[in-house]
Design a protein around this ligand. Sequence first.
Ligand code: PEP
Ligand code: MN
Length: 337
Amino acid sequence: MIIVLKAQTTKKDETAVLQEIRRLGYKPHVMRGVARTVIGAIGDERSNKSLESLIAWSQVESVTPVQKRFKLVSREAHPPDSNIDVRGTVIGGRKVQVMAGPCSVESEKQLMATAEAVAKAGATILRGGAFKPRTSPYEFQGLGEKGLKLLAKARRETGLPVITELLSEDHTELIAEYADILQIGARNAQNFQLLIAAAKTGKPVLLKRGLSMKIEEWLLAGEYVLANGNRNLLFCERGIRTFETYTRNTLDLGAVPIVKNQSHLPVVVDPSQGGGRADLVSAFCKGAVAMGADALLIEVHPNPKEALSDSAQQLSLEAFGRLMEDLKPITAAVGRE
Ligand code: PEP
Ligand code: MN
């Protein structure tokens, strides 16, 4: 931490600050300039007491951290890439995994048709929402446990592991019983009690980026999962809220290499929530793979026009099949499968 004292600080006031720094467990190094004094406080800011309270001292001008606030998710803590194993499907390795399926599980017929088609086209994980976070309480809220049972049936029939959203702490046990990956949605990305509950299940957790979350806040939210004993975390970029209205969200593909630099954990991109439009999904997927994404999370529906949620952004089964073909040269060009 770098502490800058105000000009004209007396020797007595400087000594008091130095004493406080030592009391909090740090070693102060004083640098006296012509006009001002700068103190470098040496010590681990993440395991010691915080020095931030010094800003309340009248003789202190600024307090600036030099260390990152996240620890376990950081690449410093774990330089090699982490792979997450989901029932034998490895996310973070050479193969770019594709998670595909409907926004919401709507019926047995809809889910089975989608699951079979996406498996055939090369998807390796099945997505489907059973408890849906809808903006309006009058919109389709999902089939709940019935949806989970259908996902389990689709898993039995196709062999694909399943990802579904954990919307509330109350559902933790129920979701963990059915899901192979617990999805934490954008709206809950900083619901820290929910993150802790998800972590404690020991199942892989996919953490979407919140609607207005800075990358550091997203990494710190992920830190809650690792700090609670679960190293199986995936970060998922799904677009953020900006001034742009052409798309539903602004997909921040720049976040992919940034998070991959800062963290050892895999990064997933959701082009469906990212743009909110089916016609953008293919380009967003290609860009995501080129930027280093480890997996894609794509909404697919047998009849998007009749979907009960997110109908504008879901791909038809045919469009998904074409997309999987179109991605092959891109994955090959970046040295992946
Ligand atoms: C979804 O995946 O259908 C969803 C609701 O995602 P998000 O939390 O990113 O909006
Ligand atoms: Mn959706």
